[in-house]
Design a protein around this ligand. Sequence first.
Ligand SMILES: NC(=O)c1ccc[n+]([C@@H]2O[C@H](COP(=O)([O-])OP(=O)(O)OC[C@H]3O[C@@H](n4cnc5c(N)ncnc54)[C@H](OP(=O)(O)O)[C@@H]3O)[C@@H](O)[C@H]2O)c1
Length: 333
Amino acid sequence: MKGLELQQYNKNIIRALLSLKLIEKETPKPQDKEVLIKMYASPVNPSDIAFMQGGYNIVKSLPSIMGFEGAGIVIDTGENAKEFLGKKVSCFVQEDADGTWADFVITKKYNVIPLLDDMDMDQAAALAVNPFTAAGLMEQANCEKGTALILTAAGGQVARFCRDIAKERGVRTINIVRKDETLEKLKAGGVEFVLNEQDDDFPEKLKEISKKVKICSAFDAVGGELTGKIFNILPDGANLILYGGLSNKPVCGLDNLKIIFNKNKLYGFSLPDWIKSKIDTGEFYGISEKIQKKFIEGTFKTEIRKSVKLKDAINGIRDYISNMSKGKILLKP
Ligand SMILES: NC(=O)c1ccc[n+]([C@@H]2O[C@H](COP(=O)([O-])OP(=O)(O)OC[C@H]3O[C@@H](n4cnc5c(N)ncnc54)[C@H](OP(=O)(O)O)[C@@H]3O)[C@@H](O)[C@H]2O)c1
């Protein structure tokens, strides 16, 4: 099998990228509850970038093949995973083992999501992480029809799915981006409120909108000062859910009095924990079917900018980093 192996963590992303090596090794044999997936495609996500920089909560023993999610077909299984043989699947793999940026991956059957027949395989490649994250966040938002939800990194795919679900529920969104180009793109797509966090008058503009609409919640993937700016304009009782740290800066600038007197809370969201809770309650596969049906009927779509071969991954990843709002890069064997 072939795979893209990370040799060394490096805070400098260019150096980290240069330590990626396309290697060949013997394809492992699945044991017990494991499946062997012939990979179709795998996306590049912000978590992959943070992982390469040694700045993610998953730290693997290196060298290790990269990639936390993808899609493919199960071509072999251990004794206790035979029900998956021949099935098209998405997978979410975070253990200290080889990942999905490869032509074959071996994983435990509980990391696998069976796909509905009509699920498009490019879309399936980026199914396991972002759409489920949006579903989990929206479950915790507690936003009623007519209220408004703040989204940061609003040009990204999680924000896009949150907007789609919010729209279905009659919830408005206040979208925060960091580039005018992304602002214009969202406005051209019919998005109502879009602000650029880099504008000098961003805090005033945000305050102005917050007087016009009732904000119910905020989902923040950026951290740093932006979190404080948003938290401080939240109305009584509205919470901020932090689900990413794209700025690489600690959350700061929160108004103490708001925490004490206005009962605004800030807490985190972690997809693996949410998935585990849904598996424990037996809801997970039902949620998965609902999400996949949204893709099949066309209400959900991951924006995919291009697909590149594993051997061309470094250039593809550089393209992705230079403008993440343009959509995902898929790596294909
Ligand atoms: N907590 C969880 O379990 C969980 C699960 C899934 C995803 N996430 C997180 O969700 C976030 C979004 O992921 P995604 O896949 O939706 O991203 P994506 O589609 O790849 O897009 C990333 C977005 O973030 C913006 N961005 C990047 N760096 C930024 C910065 N320093 N300040 C402000 N904006 C920045 C990009 O804007 P430009 O176009 O300007 O670069 C782009 O719009 C990531 O942090 C990811 O790790 C968390």
